[in-house]
Ligand binder design. Structure first.
Ligand code: RFL
Ligand code: PHB
Length: 392
């Protein structure tokens, strides 16, 4: 049986960053990933890195390409009633965010693993966790050739996302779930066309929410609110552009540039938290423990915040035999998680069209948008959450 100190399930941002942080402390770890490397490197997901995430990547020497190619943003627009209302992030908070694709961070982390010879095993299957309530947990799995393997660990880190096996490995009577689903989804597209505006535009329109974002000076990322049960096959490129043109139309000079679509997909919207984020020697981090609707751009940033706390807790536990930080891991993370849950729910509720809302609800929503756009206090509150609250 192979042995490592920390067995990490999942090579997303959470698992790879944790492995890297542990290595920096001299703790060996093995990352096991279900998909192949190309899939993990190409998966189009998050785009917004909050200020504390960028600072952490810089401190670790992982931000070379992010600093060269990432797009710093000092504000974004709330667009409603056909008009833009700028939220001046940097003026209000002194901080900015960086638009840099999640898969680029994953590529950078994998390159850093290659450079240091840190083990990441792709295409594993049948992953099972055993002995989590002992101090010698084990991970059973099949390697890419289908050979049954076991990895003997001191600790298991469940970084395998929302659909992984780590969370369900916790006995059902030892976890509590907090859950909310929304009656809509996001249709996301990546288009080969320069952004139509230098900043992100979060649009509230009677036909539904729309978001103008970007990846590079040549690539635009766009999202549309659609019904929860929509199928991507029913959305031709033409239909998507027509809907985006309608929702993003303004009084001012603005032209939405169209171009060939490189990727499109539908993502359901959900808020979900499991508590606690630990069971015995299993620690959950990132989407394995919680998800947020993407409107607040918080999911990946929370995954980063979790593993920062976890790497410190595991360093204390495994190198100094002190368990206080491991004991408080879940509570420490959940404070930030619930702040992000609230912020993501608030942004989602303020900007989307709820098909079940009545006239009273619609007027409250418009009032909230107008207040946020016109009050420095309200805009500052939004901005400080958006750029990311400091790590504690
Ligand atoms: P991930 O990235 O899902 O990685 C989990 C990894 O585990 C693997 N896996 C397994 N491996 C081994 N054995 C098993 N049994 C396994 N089961 C699963 C998976 O293949 C995968 O590689 O989770 P992690 O690391 O916690 O990272 C979380 C983020 O990916 C997620 O929160 C963000 O993408 C959310 N998100 C956004 N977050 C932001 O911070 N800013 C944004 O702007 C933002 N926009 C978004 C988003 C997510 C979106 N979608 C598609 C869900 C926009 C969208 C549309
Ligand atoms: C993105 O560019 O993918 C993006 C930006 C802002 C969000 C969500 C996603 O709130």
């Amino acid at each position: 049986m192979a042995r490592t100190r920390v067995g990490i399930v999942g090579a997303g941002p959470a698992g790879l960053l944790l492995s890297y942080l542990l290595h920096a402390e001299g703790i060996d770890a093995v990352v096991l990933e279900a998909r192949d490397r190309e899939y993990v490197e190409q998966r189009v997901r998050a785009g917004v890195c909050e200020h504390p995430t960028v600072e952490l990547l810089r401190d670790l020497g992982l931000a070379g390409r992010l600093d060269a190619e990432g797009l710093p943003h000092h504000g974004f627009s709330l667009r409603f009633d056909g008009t833009d209302h700028r939220i001046a992030l940097t003026e209000l908070t002194g901080k900015s965010i960086t638009v840099y694709g999640q898969q680029e961070i994953v590529k950078d982390l994998l390159a850093a693993h290659d450079a240091k010879g840190l083990p990441v095993e792709f295409e594993v299957s049948d992953v099972e966790l055993h002995g989590l309530d002992t101090d010698r947990p084990r991970i059973g799995y099949r390697d890419r050739d289908g050979v049954a393997r076991e990895l003997d660990c001191d600790v298991v880190a469940g970084c395998d996302g929302f659909h992984g096996i780590s969370r369900p490995s916790i006995p059902i009577d030892r976890r509590t779930i907090f859950d909310r689903s929304y009656p809509f989804a996001w249709l996301g597209v990546l288009a080969r066309t320069p952004p139509s505006h230098e900043e992100l535009i979060y649009t509230h329109h009677e036909r539904g929410f729309a978001l103008h974002s970007m990846r590079t000076p040549e690539i635009t990322r766009l999202y549309l609110q659609v019904a929860g049960n929509e199928r991507i096959e029913d959305w031709s490129d033409d239909r998507i552009w027509t809907e985006l043109q309608l929702r993003l139309a303004t009084d001012a000079e603005f032209e939405l540039r169209e171009g060939p679509m490189l990727d499109k997909g539908i993502t359901p919207m959900r808020s979900f938290v499991t508590e606690p984020m630990r069971y015995g020697r299993l620690f959950l981090a990132g989407d394995a423990a919680h998800i947020v609707p993407p409107t607040g751009a918080k999911g990946m940033n929370l995954a980063v915040a979790d593993v920062r706390v976890l790497s410190r807790a595991l360093t204390e536990l495994l190198l100094h035999n002190r368990s206080e930080l491991a004991e408080s891991y879940s509570d420490t993370c959940l404070r930030r998680v619930w702040r992000a849950e609230h912020f993501s729910w608030y942004m989602t509720s303020m900007l989307h069209v709820d098909p079940a809302a009545d006239e009273f609800g619609r007027r409250l929503q418009l009032s909230q948008l107008r207040y946020t756009a016109s009050s420095a206090a309200a805009a500052t509150s939004l901005a400080e959450n958006y750029v990311g609250l400091p790590f504690t």
